[in-house]
Design a binder for this molecule. Structure first.
Ligand code: ATP
Length: 451
């Protein structure tokens, strides 16, 4: 189990400006969250790491950004209008509502009152398109990004002139009117997804399914999640959607137990066949080499941005004792850390500040930085540790003479001194994974430092 409880992370997120309750001054908005200055950086980094691994680092995947509002027929074809429902029960005494599969027995978990029989509740948010609010104007806020990909399959195939296998990736907001939200950003009503549909020739789908299971599991591990806190869980037959050939969840050991981070499914030709049927358009492809025409199968890795953010926060959280004081540190992977480098003059001394601002100006265009000259240096180090900043650069009186600055490593607390003219390249190398004690010309290790 991740060693930290959810309350500790919620309070760190609020205190440091990662995540706030939505519309907090009005008492909140059920199951919605706002990302603050650090949270937005972390979230962008998660999305960028996903886009890099899924799109930029491969030559068989392209991206799109489809509209949230779609023709309502899309959701009839996909099955969401008829089937995207959860079983809902009401408490006859306190009137609270629960997802039937989240409560045991027929007693209300809040007051012990009797629960109603389950009835199905559709999770899609409805709104109206245009000035008239009638049935013909009803549209839905998309409950997943995937359908925007399916309906653009032909556009992308013909404009990119690609052959199969071809993946189409998309990151964006989705909305579900969840019956019960909770566990912080784990289950909310407005959230973001990172989804990719990988279109393949039928018969090769099993191979690609295995490929994506491996790729997606390793993505989390490569970004620092401990292997023992991750697992792939195969869906039981009863859990599988009727059309799916197979499905696994990537699960993380959250404080409330093993829970889904991402689903990876072999959806066969269900989606394209449905859209072909409802739109009247032919969505099959013709393979030149074999002269065969077929409807592609699709492998879908579907991940939640917010759940990933939560897992990265939980897994990187550490408490330790340093010189008899508690140190809280987020050991975030440098690619995810909201701030990469903090520039800290030893004090606000008038001689130090000009040099510190100059050093800051020389690197801020290259890395996401923060300049901080308030309070004692020790407290400023702790603040950066708590938000996961990999490196702090300190300018002291010695710097005025030898034109060198100190770099402090968040994880080992080691310090090295490097000439200012090598600072940029040294930081870039360390952020890319170079060992901390590899020194640039003229650099030295500071002995005895462990602050
Ligand atoms: P659950 O069983 O937890 O409701 P699901 O199986 O319905 O999830 P999918 O439809 O497979 O979820 O959605 C893909 C991913 O989108 C999930 O793995 C999750 O990371 C994210 N996701 C789904 N619903 C929510 C939500 N309400 N809040 C935050 N993230 C969500």
């Amino acid at each position: 189990m991740s060693s930290v409880d959810m309350d500790t992370i919620v309070s760190l997120c609020k205190r440091r400006g990662f995540i706030f309750q939505s519309s907090e001054i009005y008492g909140g908005a059920g199951g919605c969250w706002d990302y603050g200055p650090l949270g937005v950086e972390l979230k962008r980094n998660v999305k960028e790491a996903w886009w890099k691994a899924m799109v930029h680092d491969r030559d068989d995947v392209v991206g799109i950004d489809a509209a949230i509002l779609m023709n309502p027929q899309v959701w009839v074809a996909s099955g969401h209008v008829q089937q995207f429902s959860d079983p809902l029960v009401d408490c006859k005494a306190c009137k609270n509502r629960f997802r039937a599969d989240h409560v045991k027995g027929n007693k209300c978990p809040d007051c012990g009152g009797e629960l109603t029989e389950p009835r199905m509740f559709n999770l899609m948010f409805k709104t109206f398109m245009g000035p008239v609010e009638n049935d013909a104007a009803v549209v839905y806020l998309r409950p997943e990004t995937a359908q925007g990909i399916f309906v653009n399959f032909q556009n992308v195939m013909s404009t990119t002139r690609r052959k199969l296998p071809l993946g189409i990736a998309q990151v964006g907001k989705s909305f579900r009117n969840e019956i019960t939200t909770g566990n912080f950003i784990f289950r909310s009503r407005e959230f973001e997804q990172m989804e990719m549909e990988y279109f393949v020739k039928p018969g090769t789908d099993e191979h690609w399914f295995q490929h994506w299971l491996e790729q997606r599991f390793n993505w989390y591990v490569n970004l620092g999640i401990r292997k023992e806190n991750l697992r792939l869980r195969q869906h039981e037959k009863e859990e599988l959607a009727h059309y799916a050939k197979g499905c696994y969840d990537v699960e993380y050991l959250f404080p409330m137990g093993w829970s889904e981070l991402e689903g990876i499914a072999n959806r066969a030709d269900y989606d394209l066949t449905q859209h072909a049927k409802y739109s009247g358009k032919d969505l099959s492809v013709f393979e030149e080499e074999t002269k065969e025409r077929f409807v592609p199968y699709v492998i879908e890795p579907s991940a939640g941005v917010d759940r990933s953010v939560l897992a990265f926060l939980l897994d990187s959280y550490h408490e330790e004792m340093v010189e008899k004081e508690k140190r809280v540190v987020l050991r975030l992977h440098p690619a995810l850390a909201p701030i990469k480098v903090a520039v800290l003059p030893l004090s606000r001394n008038e001689k130090l500040v000009p040099m510190a601002t100059e050093v800051h100006a020389s690197i801020r265009g290259c890395f996401v930085t923060q300049y901080d000259d308030s309070q004692s240096i020790g407290r400023r180090y702790r603040r950066q540790d708590e938000i996961g900043t990999p490196f702090c650069v300190t300018i002291d009186f010695q710097s005025l003479e030898d034109k060198q600055v100190t770099i402090r490593d968040r994880d080992s607390l080691q310090q090295i001194r490097v000439p200012i003219e090598t600072l940029k390249t040294t930081l870039a190398a360390k952020l890319a994974g170079e060992a901390f004690d590899v020194l640039p010309p003229g650099g030295s290790v500071v002995t005895g430092a462990k602050n």
